[in-house]
Write a protein that binds this ligand. Structure first.
Ligand code: ADP
Length: 292
C-alpha cells in the first residue's frame, strides 16, 4: 500500500470546492508500489478484491450480529452516483455481491413514480433506508434531485438550490441515529462513456443496457460535471463524506470501493456480541437432548 488510507486519498474534504477536472478518471490512487501490483495491476487488484471480500463479509456479519443480539443501532449506507455507464451496477455486482445478501438492501432510484411525486423529494429516500444491522446501497439517490433535476430544470432554481441543505440535514440526523454514510461518485471520462455505449451496441449480451436517452445526456456533460461539483462541494460533510473514485478502469474502481468500505467498516470497531449465556449450563442442556 502507499500507506495513505484510501478514505483519505479519495475524500472530498468538507468545506473545499471540488474540481473534477483535476481528478484523472484513469488514475489509480492508492495502488501499492510493490512489483507484483505494478507489473500487472489489473490481475493484482482483482486478486486483492477476491482476498478482501471475506474480510468485508465478516465485518458485515459483526454489524448484523450486533444489531440482532445487542440492539446496536448502527448500519451502513453506501450511496452510488455516476454518469450513465459509470459502473454503479458493476460495483454492486463485484463488491456488494461479496457480502451476505441477507444483510444487504439494494435500492435503485429511477424517475419518481406518480405517488412519489406527490411527496417531498426525501420521502422515498426515508422509506428505503436500511434498518439497524444492514448495509444499504443506493443505486442513485437523493442526489438525483440536484443532478438530473437541476440539469434539466425539472423544478425551479429556488427549489433545487434549497435541497443541498435539506440533504445535509437529513444525513446529519441519520448519522446521529447510527448511520455510517459512504457516498461514492464513480468518475468516468466522456471517452470511456462512449466506449461503453459502443460496447453495449456491439455485444448482444450488453445490448439490453443501451438506453437511447443516454446519448442525448452526453451533450450535457459539462452541466452535469458542474452539478456534480456543486454536490461534492456543498454536501461532503464530516457526517456523510463524499469520495470520488476514478472509474475508467473497472478493476481499480472495484478495488477502491472494496478498500474504502473495508477501511470505513474497520473504523466502526465492530465486535461480535457476547450474548449473556451461562455457557456451561447451556452445554449441559443441549447434551441432555442428545439421545444416548
Ligand atoms: P440506470 O440508468 O441507473 O440503470 P434506470 O434506467 O432506471 O436506471 O434510470 C434511472 C433514471 O432515472 C436516470 O435517467 C435518472 O436520471 C432518473 N432519475 C432518478 N431520480 C430522478 C429524479 N428524482 N427525478 C428525475 N429523474 C430521476
Amino acid at each position: 500500500m502507499s500507506g495513505v488510507p484510501i478514505r483519505e486519498l479519495l475524500l472530498v474534504p468538507p468545506g473545499t470546492p471540488a474540481d473534477l477536472a483535476a481528478i484523472d478518471p484513469r488514475s489509480t490512487p492508492g495502488l501499492p508500489e510493490d512489483r507484483a501490483a505494478q507489473r500487472d495491476p489489473k490481475a493484482w487488484a482483482r486478486a486483492d478484491v477476491a482476498a478482501r471480500l471475506p474480510q468485508l463479509a465478516e465485518l458485515q456479519e459483526r454489524l448484523y450480529a450486533s444489531a440482532k443480539v445487542a440492539r446496536d443501532p448502527r448500519r451502513v449506507l453506501l450511496v452510488l452516483q455516476a454518469m450513465d455507464c459509470g459502473g454503479k451496477d458493476g460495483t454492486i455486482k463485484h463488491v456488494v455481491g461479496g457480502l451476505n445478501p441477507g444483510g444487504v438492501r439494494v435500492h435503485s432510484f429511477g424517475p419518481p413514480t406518480r405517488e412519489e411525486r406527490r411527496h417531498h423529494f426525501l420521502w422515498r429516500i426515508r422509506r428505503a433506508l436500511p434498518a439497524a444491522g444492514y448495509v444499504g446501497v443506493f443505486n442513485r439517490s437523493q442526489y438525483e434531485d440536484v443532478l438530473v433535476v437541476r440539469v434539466h430544470g425539472l423544478v425551479s432554481p429556488e427549489i433545487w438550490s434549497r435541497r443541498y441543505d435539506e440533504i445535509n440535514r437529513l444525513e446529519a440526523g441519520l448519522s446521529v441515529d447510527g448511520f455510517t454514510i459512504v457516498k461514492v461518485m464513480l468518475h468516468i471520462s466522456p471517452e470511456e462513456q462512449a466506449e461503453r455505449l459502443l460496447a453495449r451496441l456491439d455485444d448482444p449480451t450488453k445490448r439490453w443496457k443501451y438506453n437511447v436517452a443516454d446519448v442525448e445526456e452526453r451533450s450535457r456533460w459539462r452541466e452535469y460535471q458542474e452539478a456534480y461539483e456543486a454536490v461534492l462541494t456543498r454536501c461532503s460533510t464530516s457526517a456523510a463524506p463524499w469520495y470520488v473514485v476514478p472509474a475508467d478502469r473497472k478493476w481499480y474502481r472495484d478495488w477502491a470501493v472494496a478498500q474504502l468500505l473495508t477501511e470505513v467498516m474497520d473504523g466502526m470497531h465492530l465486535r461480535y456480541p457476547e450474548p449473556e449465556l451461562d455457557l456451561e449450563a447451556e452445554r449441559k442442556r443441549v447434551l441432555a437432548t442428545v439421545p444416548a
